[in-house]
Design a protein around this ligand. Structure first.
Ligand code: SF4
Ligand code: SF4
Length: 147
């Protein structure tokens, strides 16, 4: 069987320009895995349930609900401050792996579309196909919390 090579088989250029757009200004979700949750719980010295009560919400996505960080009234992530991400060392996989998300690297069109929201896409160093696949695999290995 011939398997098509992914469009990123020669790697993709990305270098964060630190514009902070992916952390703020627009409504969105930061979905969490159990690992993400426990890393932040540990970082902030809180109890799991207190962290969920204070910083999370359940998002209805059809057949089930998914745990996400909440946002401030201005749509900034609850952990964004002028100094940057307040949980940077323990930030969730969704944040660490951006922009190498499955629906973003699906094809050249989805990658191009995402570049409209992220000025780092198409700039800087080339990230190899192996690295991109590692990020995709990490997401598969670290499922999101649903209820
Ligand atoms: S939108 Fe892109 S360039 Fe801006 S902070 Fe996020 S990852 Fe970096
Ligand atoms: S957790 Fe940190 S890196 Fe992730 S969206 Fe919030 S402020 Fe940005």
């Amino acid at each position: 069987m011939i398997v098509d090579k992914p469009f990123y088989s020669d790697g993709l250029k990305f270098e964060c320009q630190r514009c902070s757009f992916c952390c703020r200004h627009e409504p969105g979700y930061v979905f969490l895995s159990e690992t993400d949750l426990m890393e932040m719980v540990k970082e902030l010295g809180m109890k799991r349930e207190s962290f969920i009560d204070k910083y999370c919400t359940w998002v209805d996505i059809g057949f089930f609900k998914r745990l996400s960080l909440i946002e401030k009234e201005n749509n900034d992530c609850i952990f964004w401050s002028e100094g940057g991400c307040a949980v940077y060392k323990a930030r969730p996989l969704q944040c660490r792996s951006y922009p190498f998300w499955s629906h973003v690297v699906e094809n050249s069109g989805t990658w191009l579309e995402e570049s409209k929201s992220c000025p780092g896409i198409g700039k800087g160093e080339v990230h190899s196909a192996e690295e991109i696949e590692e990020w995709l695999q990490k997401r598969l290995n670290d499922p999101l919390i649903n209820s």
